[in-house]
Design a protein around this ligand. Sequence first.
Ligand code: CO8
Length: 325
Amino acid sequence: MNQGNWNLETVHGEIFRLEKLSCSPFIAAQIMKVLEKSNPSTTDLAKWISLDQVLTARILKLANSHYYGYSKHISTLNLAIITITREKALNALSPDVVTELTTAIAELELDDDAPVIALTGAGDKAFVAGADIAAMRDMNPMEAVAFSEMGANLCQAMETSSKTYIAAVNGFALGGGCEVALACDFVYASTKAKLGQPEVKLGIIPGFGGTQRLPRVIGLGPALELLATGRHVKADEALRLGLVNHVYAADQLLPEARKLADTIAANGPIAVRYAMEAALKGRSLPMDEALWYEANLFGLISSTADMKEGMRAFLEKRKAEFRDE
Ligand code: CO8
């Protein structure tokens, strides 16, 4: 069996071609298992190939996605909202939810109307209360690795996205929920939000990137304390720690996200993308390389029409009209 280079055809009567998709032997084997069924489920299939976001998006269009919904804001076109709708389980992230979220993100990546995306949880209790404990309980080690990679890839997709992500944390953001929030560019929390990495209480560790992002966001000392104690942090403390950007009344979270979207959308879009990209990429580079990276992006941006327009508008004392060019 060729485990790293797939050509795959005829799923539910549709033709999909998976060319040169490199995936781990385990995931490759899972894909084959699903395909060998007489009536393979597209959701099952997509679960295992969620490493390839665009393909996943196409496949899931055929399946009925029921855990997330997203809608564009009515009065401006700058904000899309993804709501994780699994309220009964406090929006816990099962493999299906992670797959569907990954799909939503891939779809929105291609949507020019929404440069900013807010992610929130259904109901008034939770953003996301973590990865689905019931689903994880029976996973064998290889399945656990695959699930961890799915979550890590979801977070990575948001962090490296050309879009700006705002986590609108409307309640518990625990474990995988806190990790998803950490992968967003901004975290807005409601006054009753509680965040934390309580995995150690379950005898496990964070698996969607929390051990790496938390220290980078709030510093090593506070991060180690939260990781080792598993304690929940209320909104005011989260604000002090730098874990969230702002705290608002619950009903103001999305309106504030909209305001942020409008503010960002008035700026040069390429400039916003490059500034955030330089800051995020620079985190894992030595200072001299990070500065070199910034200088090169500066060179690139100097070739854009938006750069000329921005400076011309300032000198002509008028509002710039950026065209993303
Ligand atoms: N997974 C599955 N179901 C959950 C989860 C969860 N993470 N959290 C809550 N639920 C369910 C409950 O089981 C309950 O279901 P039911 O009504 O059927 O009994 C329902 O949601 C409501 O929850 P509670 O009754 O517990 O509500 P409370 O208000 O009493 O408590 C809490 C709310 C404090 C949020 C509590 O539900 C809780 O502690 N939840 C678990 C929080 C947690 O530990 N999260 C971390 C999970 S581990 C993780 O995220 C690891 C990520 C990396 C994975 C790597 C892959 C291998």
